[in-house]
Design a protein around this ligand. Structure first.
Ligand code: PMP
Length: 689
């Protein structure tokens, strides 16, 4: 029944009246000629029947209200308490993933066309130490109806629940108000109830879809009178079913239940026709898949497939998606000051972030410039170097020196220092600044040090030092230029040469920073402090774009001599929302858990990928920290490889001759195993050509 319309019936609290509402909705659906399913994913307080099988009390209520409905319960627990505790006491492990999978399986096995999934307690009712009921319901592509008991104190609970659903981007269809207890009839009580209803709609701009009065017949010993009561209950929520039907009937027959499928087709068509994707043509671009949700190390697609993310969204989502601490920082800051201009104003998130960055980066760095993306951070670094040399009376030092095989971004200054063959140079011949390129550092990480590349570098620098403002390098790991890992000794030697020849050293740690290579910063492998350091990507834990260019006091003061200013100031510089999230992300790193996670990934990659070296068509296998690379002898057929991986529940985005993974640090052992097994399978079965 994957195409059925799904509605989660959630409450502001326990005893809000969800069960009666879900049962009444099933009855109303049936009366409107629909086939309903009512599902209770977690039921606590279950007593055994005479055969010792646990019985779900809520299912009995559904059955009485609507015997024709399909009825199912997933996890049945004995004690009448919070699911996490009841599960613990029954020796059961509850997790959001297992719960959503079970619900998904029930929905697919059912032939109903309208499903009501009843929550347990409130939205944040814990399933275990880390997850709540909402974590299980969120991936279901369902609409939500919030049930609230209309009495004193309701507004606060209901508004908090609305804020939470909105913060999670979940569609709230409206409210059903209940009166679980007989109403007290004082004038004030009545006033409270009408006021509650009006205020709730006004503040949230959402409809009250029904208000169910207290129906004493529902508890009457005579089943005929109870049936009458259920008719009355169904009538009070009938609008919900009418609303669903009305919307559905305007679509063609089977799409009665699949508005999201149609919307998804439209979305993909519009995307193909009007939206530009990275490094893609406008016509005949590779098809994109629609992602609808992310959590931990998983990306969920529109069709419900949950993929293990091997890319950490181009290497930035190191703590996994929607990490609670990052989400808290985001919401807290969004509620106060998402952005304010940085010219002439400053704020705590930026200052605190600068303080943390200076604390954690190699000693000697002293000033932080916040930029809005990695490429811009590189532009700023180049400007800093050129301005510094000019301020020091060396205007002829205006070029950059780098090595082949590098990548530093897509803006013009950054492009000029990307690899001249694999990079963008071919497309922009004659337009890019002319920089100097030494050979690629072929001295491999982990192998015996070969001094030849550093000698070649030295020879070039000796000839051209008078023109060179700065050397720019990605330390130890060359990323998008070829996923190549070189010997730290090369970096150490270049650092010495820079000092000896009066040029600055810019290290671009946009890809390598924040633990990815097994050190917090890759320059630590060589014990080198740069004059200028570029950071980005994982800085905000992958939540949003933010980058930083750090400089030593000498560079900063040099530029500022005789009133000099650094000529850069983007509109969104120091964006407070991004800085707040980045601050929270650095706090997670400071806890140090990343070290064992990165070591765990390194072991898994070494074990799983190294043996692929011998597979036909595989030219090399390389591993460093949380980076696992297979180099193929011929270009990878990206679409074919991605189809292979997606069928196996894995997301990778290879390029050139490289199939590689840089997963979130929080990836579970099972997901890591699946990722490595899939990469290995693709290599061994030749599924990349
Ligand atoms: N430098 C390096 C080393 C990078 O890997 C990247 C991005 N892949 C950049 C700079 C550019 O960063 P952004 O995409 O945020 O502009």
């Amino acid at each position: 029944m994957s195409e059925c319309r799904r509605i989660c019936i959630v409450g502001t609290d326990t005893d809000a009246g969800k069960t009666v509402v879900a049962a009444a909705l099933a009855k109303a659906a049936r009366q409107a000629g629909l086939a309903p399913l009512v599902l209770k994913p977690v039921q606590t307080g279950c007593a055994p029947d005479k055969f010792g099988r646990l019985q779900a009390p809520d299912c009995a209520v559904y059955r009485e209200a609507c015997p024709e409905a399909e009825i199912a319960a997933a996890f049945l627990l004995r004690d009448a308490c919070s699911p996490h505790l009841a599960a613990q006491r029954d020796g059961v492990t509850l997790s959001a993933a297992s719960l959503s999978q079970t619900i998904g399986a029930c929905l697919s096995a059912s032939s109903a066309d309208l499903a009501f999934i009843e929550g347990a307690g409130g939205l944040l009712t814990p399933l275990n130490e880390n997850e709540s009921l909402l974590d299980a319901l969120a991936p279901l592509s369902a609409g939500f109806i919030l049930v609230a008991a209309n009495k004193l104190g309701m507004l606060n609970h209901a508004l908090l629940s609305v804020e939470l659903l909105r913060a999670r981007g979940l569609p709230l269809l409206g409210f059903i108000l209940t009166h679980p207890e007989p109403d007290a009839d004082s004038e004030l009580e009545q006033r409270i109830r009408t006021d509650n209803r009006a205020i709730l709609s006004r503040i949230t701009k959402l409809p009250v879809l029904g208000e169910m009065p207290h129906i004493p017949e529902l508890r009457h010993p005579d089943p005929c009178i109870r049936a009458h009561g259920w008719n009355e209950a169904a009538r009070t929520v009938g609008e919900v079913v009418k609303g669903v039907r009305g919307r559905e009937l305007s679509h063609s027959s089977r799409s009665v239940c699949s508005p999201s499928r149609t919307a998804s087709d439209d979305l993909l068509r519009f995307d193909r026709e009007h939206v530009w994707h990275p490094y893609a043509p406008a016509l005949g671009a590779m098809r994109a898949r629609e992602a609808v949700e992310t959590k931990g190390a998983r990306i969920v697609l529109r069709g419900g497939e949950s993929l293990v993310d091997g890319m950490a969204s181009w290497w930035c989502a190191v703590h996994g998606y929607r990490h609670p601490a990052l989400m808290r920082a985001l919401h807290r800051q969004a509620g106060r000051m998402p952005h304010v201009m940085f010219g002439g104003l400053t704020h705590e998130p930026a200052v605190e972030l600068a303080r943390k960055l200076l604390d954690m980066t190699p000693p000697g760095l002293d000033r932080v410039f916040f930029a809005d993306s990695g490429s811009v951070a590189v532009e700023v670094a180049i400007k800093m170097a050129v301005q510094y040399q000019r301020a020091m009376g060396r205007p002829e030092r205006s070029r950059l020196l780098t090595v082949r095989g590098g990548y530093h971004g897509d803006t013009f200054g950054a492009m000029s220092v990307c690899d001249p063959e694999n990079g963008m140079h071919a497309n922009f011949g004659g337009v890019l600044a002319q920089q100097l390129f030494a050979p690629r550092p072929s001295c491999r990480f982990g192998a015996e040090y070969d001094p030849a590349p550093a000698k070649a570098f030295e020879a070039l620098l000796e000839r051209r030092a008078g023109e060179v403002a700065a050397v720019i390098l990605e330390p130890v790991l060359q990323g998008a230029g070829g996923m190549w890992m070189y010997h730290p000794e090369f970096l150490r030697r270049i650092s010495e040469l820079c000092r000896a020849h009066g040029c600055l050293l810019i290290l671009d740690e946009i890809a390598t920073g924040f633990g990815r290579t097994g050190r917090l910063f890759a320059c630590e492998w060589a014990g080198v402090t740069p004059d200028i350091l570029c950071l980005g990507k994982a800085l905000t834990g992958g939540v949003m774009s933010l980058a930083a260019t750090l400089a030593t006091r000498e560079v900063a003061e040099g530029i500022s001599r005789q009133g000099g200013v650094l000529m850069h100031g983007p509109t969104f510089m120091g964006n407070s929302l991004a800085c707040a999230v980045a601050g929270a992300s650095l706090d997670i790193l400071a806890d140090g858990g990343w070290k064992s996670d990165v070591a765990r990934m390194e072991r898994a990659f070494l074990l799983g990928l190294e043996p692929c070296r011998n597979a036909p068509g595989i030219a090399d296998a390389r591993v460093l920290g949380a980076v696992g690379v297979l180099e193929t002898a011929r270009p990878v057929n990206v679409e074919k490889l991605q189809d292979y991986c997606v069928r196996r529940g894995v997301w990778l985005r290879p390029f050139g001759r490289l199939i590689y993974a840089m997963p979130p640090y929080v990836i579970s052992d099972e997901d890591l195993e699946r990722l490595v097994r899939t990469m290995r399978g693709a290599a061994e079965e030749g599924q990349w050509e």
